[in-house]
Each structure stands twice: as structure tokens, then as C-alpha cells.
Design a protein. Structure first.
Length: 384
């Protein structure tokens, strides 16, 4: 039996959660059964180079990912006709749009789409233009009827999109995300990293890892951190990531008098040392489909604090691997930080439970096995 040919289509191959998951998939894909290649609508980025280093073909179309760009759709069609895959798997709304339309025009037998977030304009997270929402809902519903499966990273994402767009819930397959242990492998270790960052032995480091965008709620995190510091002066905040909200975050640090207590470390791929140096992981994100950063923190034994919303409760178990508080409740968030900062035994208990939960539910092997089981179920090659 010949191998099932798969094309993975992304908007770009820069650093991002969906792209990291593609690396995990390809590291564990059974090459005896599957012949894969990766393409992005725009330009290659660092993830593209990593995928190429794994031995997979990687291409870039150099096109816009704007939804209304017929040239992009036709470029996808041409690319898929040239490579004639059995399955095309697209990722994120705009690429799902172009990829599935191009796949239908190229007569690709099986279309699979991936969804990683909600359409939530109230907090600044958009899957599609709210102004043209009725058209996009209708179009996405039509495409869903021609899609073998829509992969959602959490039940919350599947339920939300199904309800928002009127797509039958059975079209969705929930495959929880996974953390790549290679990104979490320590180099220097906890003690050396804390010393390099000038954190004292008795200081409690609260950490956050994400793109610096408004939806990540750093204004609320800074307020909660400032309140918590009034109870525990030894708190420090370490932020890993970069993005357009950085100037606003820097202004918030100055306004709250937190200069010298908050470090903005920038974007770093190898997270093991920095996350391992944290005592508490905190996210004040206002819209979260899953939250891979929680899995990364839990894998390293760091307890989490977050708002109880979206897919987060499917990852962080309140009172078992972390503490969840009502959305936007800065005071409750600060209280959770103080509770964990002041109780080393509780931190250790929640941290160990987090490690156990990751090993049971969020490993790369489990993620890749679920993907391959889906491919086997829908593949026209396997059917024959």
C-alpha cells in the first residue's frame, strides 16, 4: 500500500502555537505510512527552517492571507494540483478559507481544518471580520459540509464555533495540544538561571509566557501583581515574549511603580531555563482556546494562576494543578498569587500534580497518535 500524501498549509511559518504543533506532528509522524510536506501562504520563518531540518519539503507561496484575495486561493489551487495530496490540512481561519477553497478546486479528496481560538470581538480576538460576519459564517458553514473533520484544540473551541456558525458539532474532533519536551529541556538549570537574572533565593518569581498582545491581558496581570506585592514585597514578575502591546506594558510598569520588579525578557524559543526559574506561572488572558503555555509550565512542575474561561479549565484543574479565578477579577487574581507565593508546600503539591497531568494527557506522542488515527480514518488510500 502506498503512503498517504499530506500537505499541511499554514498562514506563515514564524514562531506561534499552531506552527509549534506542526513541528511536534512531523517529529512523530510515521513516515512509513505518511508522505508529508508543508506550505505557507506568506514567507518562510524560523519554524520553516526547523521543519526542513527534519527532512520534509517546505514551500512558501509569497501570497497575502487576506480573506478576499482570489490570487491566494488560485495559488493554493495550483500548488495542490502540482503535488496531488490525498489530504490537505489547513490551520487557522484565513488559511482554512483559502486552503479548503483551493483544495476543492484542485479536487483534493480529503480536507481537514484546524481551529485554535474563538471569534471573540469583545476582547479583540477575531477569526473573521465582524463587519462581514454573516457572509463568513455562511461560507464557513458551507466549507464545513465539505470538510472531513475540523480539529479543535479543546471542547470549548469546538462548542463555540459550532454554535456561532451553525456547524454540526459532530464535524469537530477534539485533539488537545501538546508541549514539546525539547523546547523545555534546561541548559543552565534553575539555580544558575535565577542567579543570572539576579533573583534572590527568597524571592518568588511569577512568570508569564505569551505574545504581547492586548488579548493576553497584561494590563490586568500588572494590576494584580502590584496588588499582590503589597502583601509580599519579594514578588518578581518575569515576562517572556514580544509583540505590539510591549509599549503599553512598559507604560503600565512605570504607572504602577513596578520598575525594577518586572523583567521583559523578549521572545525566547528555548523555555526550559526561564520557566524552570519561575515559582508561579500566571496568565490573565481574556480569550484562550487552550493555552499551550500552561502545559509547558505544568510539565516543569510550576503551578498556574489564570482566569476561568475558554479552554483553560480543560488544561488547568482548579485546586489540583493551579488556581482559577473569575474572569477580569483582579483582586481574586492577586489573592491567588499571594496564596501560592506564601505557601511553598502548596506550590510543590500543585506542581507535581501538573507534571502528572501533562504526562497523562498532553504528550507529543499522544497528540501525534490522535492525528494519525484521524488520517487513517479519513484517508482515501487506507479506505482502498
Amino acid at each position: 500500500m502506498r503512503r498517504t500524501k499530506i500537505v499541511y498549509l499554514h498562514p506563515s511559518l514564524g514562531i506561534g502555537g499552531a506552527e509549534e504543533l506542526r513541528v511536534i506532528t512531523l517529529k512523530h509522524l510515521d513516515r512509513a505510512r505518511f508522505d508529508a510536506r508543508v506550505c505557507c501562504l506568506g514567507d518562510l520563518g524560523p519554524i520553516g527552517a526547523e521543519i526542513a531540518a527534519l527532512g520534509y519539503p517546505v514551500d512558501a507561496l509569497g501570497r497575502s492571507d487576506r480573506t478576499f484575495d482570489l490570487g491566494t486561493t488560485l495559488s493554493v489551487q495550483s500548488y495542490l494540483r502540482a503535488h496531488a495530496p490525498d489530504i490537505v490540512q489547513t490551520s487557522l481561519f484565513r488559511t482554512n478559507w483559502h486552503g479548503r477553497l483551493g483544495g476543492l478546486l484542485a479536487r483534493v479528496p480529503v480536507l481537514i481544518a484546524e481551529e485554535h481560538g474563538f471569534h471573540d470581538p469583545a476582547v479583540g480576538f477575531y477569526r473573521y471580520s465582524p463587519r462581514l460576519g454573516a457572509m463568513f459564517r455562511m461560507g464557513d458553514r458551507w466549507l464545513a459540509g465539505r470538510t472531513a473533520a475540523i480539529i479543535a484544540c479543546s471542547k470549548a473551541v469546538a462548542d463555540s464555533i459550532a454554535a456561532d456558525e451553525g456547524i454540526p458539532r459532530e464535524r469537530f474532533v477534539v485533539i488537545p495540544n501538546a508541549a514539546d519536551p525539547e523546547r523545555l529541556a534546561p541548559v543552565d538549570g534553575r539555580a544558575e538561571t535565577r542567579e543570572r537574572l539576579h533573583y534572590g533565593h527568597d524571592e518568588i518569581v511569577v512568570g508569564a509566557v505569551s505574545a504581547l498582545t492586548p488579548v493576553k491581558g497584561y494590563d490586568l496581570l500588572l494590576e494584580a501583581f502590584a496588588e499582590a506585592r503589597r502583601s509580599i514585597a519579594g514578588l518578581r514578575l518575569l515576562v517572556v515574549g514580544d509583540g505590539p502591546a510591549r509599549p503599553a506594558i512598559e507604560a503600565g510598569i512605570a504607572r504602577l511603580g513596578l520598575a525594577g520588579h518586572v523583567r521583559l525578557a523578549g521572545r525566547i524559543r528555548q523555555l526550559g531555563d526561564l520557566v524552570g526559574a519561575m515559582d508561579v506561572f500566571a496568565s490573565a488572558c481574556l480569550s484562550e482556546g487552550f493555552g499551550i503555555s500552561f502545559v509547558e509550565a505544568m510539565a516543569l512542575g510550576v503551578p498556574c494562576v489564570a482566569f476561568r474561561l475558554g479552554g483553560i479549565p480543560e488544561v488547568v484543574v482548579d485546586g489540583e494543578t493551579g488556581l482559577l479565578v473569575p474572569p477580569r477579577d483582579v483582586h481574586a487574581f492577586a489573592e491567588a498569587l499571594v496564596r501560592l507565593a506564601g505557601d511553598a508546600r502548596l506550590r510543590a503539591k500543585l506542581g507535581e500534580a501538573g507534571r502528572t497531568r501533562v504526562a497523562a494527557h498532553f504528550t507529543p506522542e499522544r497528540y501525534a497518535d490522535a492525528m494519525m488515527a484521524l488520517y487513517d480514518r479519513v484517508s482515501p488510500v487506507r479506505a482502498r
